[in-house]
Design a binder for this molecule. Structure first.
Ligand SMILES: Cc1ncc(COP(=O)(O)O)c(C=O)c1O
Length: 437
């Protein structure tokens, strides 16, 4: 048995308990595969994150990155804690608005924003982080057509290396995101925007990557952003009032991973910002952070039923469960590690070497390789930990699998927050052309 994170317990029957509810009962009542989110854990993580920064700096705006988990109940929990939102599509923006997050507490990020999306953002006074010269032009046109001024910042690329998977490292020069700082592209962006009458330049933004477990790259990022804030003030007279460091604080996925404490990051970035602000006589900007994974990842587990067990001589035993890369793509896509246990044997000794596979026709369809589990039997309940971020949000219908349900647990209360997909849901959008009927 592993050391469970503090929001999980084991009961007398040796079952995993989420909130105050037995995971085995949840699976029986709601079926599998089943995502389970723990409301209190999300609240705890948000409060800790917010406090870490707000204790050290007067103006802090935490913008939850909806891409991690845009379920409306999850967004509503965070809204009730007072979060802003980082949105990267029209629909995320609409979900955040529907949850009651005001547009002026939102940041719109991404390298492809359509004129239609920009119109929605400008109308709702969302701060738009411009990703290219052409986007700046489009924003100017849309704002002028609406007779409004768009609040903008620039997504800059500070060339900061953070140790993470290459697909989620976004702060390097070769990345598709943002304006290059080193070649003065970013400065040129500010210069151009300063002359546009329908844009109000208020921000600077970078996001150096995701699942970062070291505070140093965030300090380097803050240093590089503040250098540009200073240049923009001195050369163009523009005061930047939102310094947005993006998201990226990781969580321990493996039992022996160390934790990156938000307090450590806060200490180092605030120290940097404060030093530059005082030395250069700048106005104190609002410090914006866009955490996704940190807030919701470890509040979520995926419960999956063991169906078939296949021995391979001299190799790990294959254990097939009813959730695969359709439900959770991170292992297949990034080789990501998610800890797996048996929820109905949570106290039992892990003695059997297994590969945990999903039900799809792909060799890449696995949730974990070379893992130790207790003696596995048909009907056991596997629990895959830390799936609250980039889990259901990145799921697919590969091999026409139905989307899993998600429930929200709050102490001893539980409700469905995402209905399990039905065959009708799955096929509803297909149409047979007349000549094939
Ligand atoms: C611009 C931006 N902000 C915030 C995030 C959230 O990152 P994380 O979930 O690692 O905190 C991402 C994730 O890719 C992002 O691209």
């Amino acid at each position: 048995m592993l050391m469970l994170k503090p929001h999980f317990k084991a009961n007398a029957q040796g079952h995993l308990v989420i909130g105050k509810i037995d995971a085995v009962e949840l699976a029986e009542r709601f079926g599998t595969p089943l995502y389970v989110m723990d409301e209190q854990r999300v609240r705890e993580k948000y409060c800790r994150f917010h406090k870490a920064f707000a204790d050290l700096w007067p103006n802090v705006l935490i913008c939850y990155a909806l891409k991690a988990n845009s379920n409306q109940a999850v967004v509503k929990i965070l809204q009730s804690e007072g979060t802003g939102a980082d949105v990267s599509s029209e629909n995320e923006l609409k979900i955040a608005l529907r949850a009651g997050i005001p547009g002026n507490q939102m940041i719109f990020n991404g390298n492809y924003k359509t004129p239609h999306e920009l119109e929605l953002a400008i109308t709702n006074e969302v701060l738009i982080n411009i990703d290219s010269f052409q986007e700046l032009e489009v924003v100017g046109k849309v704002a002028s057509r609406l007779g409004k001024r768009a609040r903008v910042g620039f997504r800059v690329n500070p060339d900061v290396k953070a140790s993470t998977h290459p697909y989620i490292a976004t702060g390097l020069r070769e990345s598709k995101f943002g304006f290059d700082v080193a070649s003065r592209q970013a400065f040129e962006g500010y210069k151009l925007a300063a002359r546009m009458k329908n844009v109000e330049v208020v921000g600077i933004h970078a996001h150096i990557g995701s699942q970062i477990l070291d505070a140093a790259p965030f300090e380097e990022e803050a240093e590089k952003l503040m250098a540009l804030v200073t240049t923009v003030k001195e050369k163009l007279g523009i005061s930047i009032s939102f310094v947005d460091l993006g998201g990226g604080i990781g969580i321990p996925y493996k039992p022996d991973d160390s934790e990156l404490q938000p307090e450590q990051v806060a200490k180092r970035v605030v120290r940097t910002i404060k030093r530059v602000v005082e030395k250069k006589g700048l106005v104190k900007p609002t410090l914006v952070l866009e955490p996704g994974r940190y807030l919701v990842a470890d509040a979520g587990v995926l419960l999956a039923r063991v169906g078939y067990i296949k021995k391979r001589q001299g190799m790990p035993t294959w254990v097939a469960v009813d959730a695969g890369m359709n439900a959770l793509i991170r292992p297949a896509l990034y080789g990501a590690y998610h800890h797996i246990e048996l929820a109905n044997k949570i106290r039992k000794k892990n003695e059997m070497l297994v590969n945990v596979a999903g039900p799809l026709c792909e060799s890449g369809d696995f949730l974990g390789k070379k893992r130790k589990l207790p003696k596995v039997e048909q009907g056991d309940l596997a629990v895959i930990f830390d799936v609250g971020a980039y889990g259901l949000a990145m799921s697919s219908q590969h091999t026409a699998q139905l989307g899993p349900a998600m429930v929200l647990v709050n102490g001893s209360k539980v409700e469905i927050v995402r209905r399990r997909e039905s065959f009708e849901d799955l096929t509803r959008l297909d149409q047979i052309p007349r000549w094939l009927r």
